[in-house]
Ligand binder design. Sequence first.
Ligand SMILES: NC(=O)c1ccc[n+]([C@@H]2O[C@H](COP(=O)([O-])OP(=O)(O)OC[C@H]3O[C@@H](n4cnc5c(N)ncnc54)[C@H](OP(=O)(O)O)[C@@H]3O)[C@@H](O)[C@H]2O)c1
Length: 292
Amino acid sequence: MGILVTGATGNIGKELIRLVIASNTNAQVFAAVRDIDKARKSFALLAGLKFRAFDYEEPNSFNSALSGIDIVFLLRPPHILNIKKYYVPLLDSLKKQGIKKVVLLSVQGAESSAIIPHRKIELLVLQYQFDSIFVRPSYFMQNLTTTLLADIKAHNAIVLPSKNAKFNWVDIVNVAEACAVYLTAFDKYKNRAFDITGNENYDFSYVVSRINAITGATIEYRPVSPIRFILFELKNKMKISLILVMCLLHFLPRLQGEPKKSDVYVRLFGREPNTIDSFIRANKILLSQHQD
Ligand SMILES: NC(=O)c1ccc[n+]([C@@H]2O[C@H](COP(=O)([O-])OP(=O)(O)OC[C@H]3O[C@@H](n4cnc5c(N)ncnc54)[C@H](OP(=O)(O)O)[C@@H]3O)[C@@H](O)[C@H]2O)c1
């Protein structure tokens, strides 16, 4: 069996590939990447992994990447907003190659929104009648050490249009663990959607207080309006496409009420998902290095 993982170099993809290979599956795992040489270096210690050149924005790359593959892990790279333009040709190619199984990384709440791009991909996957599993995670703890880290380092602050909205915090390791099970035992879980969440709903003010308490940092949480957020990040030279995604991701929860906690992870693994405190402890050095 051939498993193709797109977004292989990203948060979930990296962890997912490591876990699927560690599971000693008989399947051959392929990392679908834009830059094979670079990816080969970052996965250097993983024996048995193969690579396929693949670009969501280059339909010419689809057929060779998908050849001989049985199951595909799909996601939406955060900058891709035009779903029809990129995913229709991709799903056409999957069909042409005889691929029947898709695991899609979506997002919690996708089912109740007609406008978020992940829902548009879900609907296309259903329309094409693939056997599918939709994985819908909540808010990644790793945002603290990726997209939010530049402001922590440069301004000793987390600046967001979130006010006191609560987010459900999930560790990507737990999301990847679930995805690995869905890829390797696909038939058992197929044609369902699963929310993968942590057990904690906290606002940014609380999470920042935990970072400071655990690491000794003095980070400030600065809630701002969406407009102020956009202006602030433009000044910081963040790409406009990322600013808009970040703005929506952090503003919408103000309108949505408290996120739901799911017991899917506990039922899958018989243990609790990771906590925000354990994540902060594991990333203590990174989170406490403010550049004066
Ligand atoms: N952040 C959150 O809190 C959160 C919560 C729930 C769901 N999600 C969803 O999770 C998804 C992102 O997953 P992630 O965090 O694991 O990814 P990520 O770390 O943002 O990385 C994006 C991945 O997509 C690849 N990529 C970008 N453009 C590409 C293209 N044109 N063709 C092929 N590959 C491309 C990147 O590869 P390169 O190395 O080539 O750049 C990278 O591997 C998004 O859809 C997001 O909405 C996020």
